[in-house]
Design a protein around this ligand. Structure first.
Ligand code: G3P
Ligand code: CA
Length: 331
């Protein structure tokens, strides 16, 4: 495995847990990911009404929980504008942790991941603290440090509600002994200003997420003209390096696809990010043909190999065992 920025083998980040095998963002998904060899587990974080951080990809939870079956919460279904988009359902910020703990997680894409549907209704929505406890317990059990890779979801929105994510995140990490640039933690955000603020408050590694379209929502609010494409330029990456240690990149920005889904030539993003002093972690690697480029249908291993040969420093994967197996055969 050559030319990573870290000079170490790429890290394997279990994307929302081993979410190819278990409903995402459950302790069972995270535990399986660790058992399958992941180095880091990734909780996306939103806030409850009482300010507790929990793992959900969205604050609207009808797609990944059984809340629609809870008659006692029916009257709390509502419509809100989240980051400029209208969403209808039930929102974590309208429920206390105690209320949310009465729900059970469900599979997000049952039509594609029917293997996960037998687990519907089994597991709670976990808190960040419970995820950290799991990582620490498993690290001690297996003798291998498991890192935490939390993402602040909709930070501008939660701040506007008086439920800012950053303070409880830093407090929870500090209370659990995570400190300094070498701690097994990466804090990520699709927004910029909350990472810049975090950089003033912590030495923990920070990750600027870059999508293949659009712009950070805090730039929408502040009328900043820059897009993710601007942030991914040589000068944009140099600016990111002033407050972050890594970029978490949509893999289409590294090897774009044509309209038919076939891969094109790699861009210079990995080289430019490394030159700016940034690690590069790519998302999201999944085994299903639906997500794979045409070039690698039925061959997710081939996709990993192509990207790993570019010297990337980490992969977000729904199937960490596949990532581990490819990494081992390339070492
Ligand atoms: O956090 C980066 C990666 O997880 C992709 O984003 O939408 O799955 O949270 P998302
Ligand atoms: Ca994420």
């Amino acid at each position: 495995m050559t030319h990573t920025f870290t000079r170490k083998p790429p890290i394997i980040i279990a994307h929302r847990g081993a979410s190819g095998y278990r409903p995402e963002h459950t302790l069972a998904a995270y535990e399986l990911a660790i058992n399958l060899g992941a180095d880091y587990i990734e909780p996306d974080l939103v806030s409850t009404k009482d300010g507790i951080l929990i793992a959900r990809h969205e604050n609207e939870i009808s797609e990944t929980s059984d809340i629609a079956n809870h008659a006692e919460f029916a009257h709390r279904q509502t419509t809100k504008i989240i980051d400029g988009e209208s969403k209808t359902g039930w929102f974590t910020e309208d429920f206390t942790l105690m209320e949310l703990k009465t729900l059970r997680a469900t599979e997000r894409i049952p039509e594609m991941r029917s293997q996960n549907t037998p687990y519907n209704g089994l597991w709670e929505i976990p808190t960040l603290q419970e995820i950290i406890d799991l990582a620490k317990d498993k690290s001690a059990q297996i003798g291998r440090t498991i890192g935490i890779y939390p993402e602040t979801k909709h930070p501008t929105y939660f701040k506007s509600l008086g439920l800012a994510l950053e303070a409880p995140l830093l407090a929870t990490l500090a209370a659990n002994g995570y400190q300094g640039a070498n701690a097994p933690v990466f804090i990520q955000s699709f927004e910029v200003s909350n990472l810049q603020d975090l950089a003033k408050q912590t030495d923990l590694p920070l990750v600027q997420l870059l999508n293949d379209k659009g712009k950070p929502y805090d730039f929408v609010v502040s009328d900043d003209h820059r897009t993710y494409a601007d942030l991914a330029t040589v000068s944009g990456l140099k600016d990111i390096a002033k407050y972050a240690q890594a970029v978490g990149v949509n893999k289409n920005l590294v090897i774009p696809r044509d309209r038919t889904g076939k891969l094109l030539s790699p861009t210079s993003l990995v080289r430019n990010a490394h030159a700016a002093g940034l690690q590069v972690h790519l998302w999201t690697f999944r085994n299903e043909d639906y997500f794979l480029p045409l070039d690698f249908l039925g061959n997710p291993q081939g996709e990993y190999k192509l990207f790993l040969n570019l010297g990337i420093d980490g992969v977000f994967s729904d199937y960490p065992d596949t990532a581990v197996a490819v990494g081992e055969c390339m070492n």
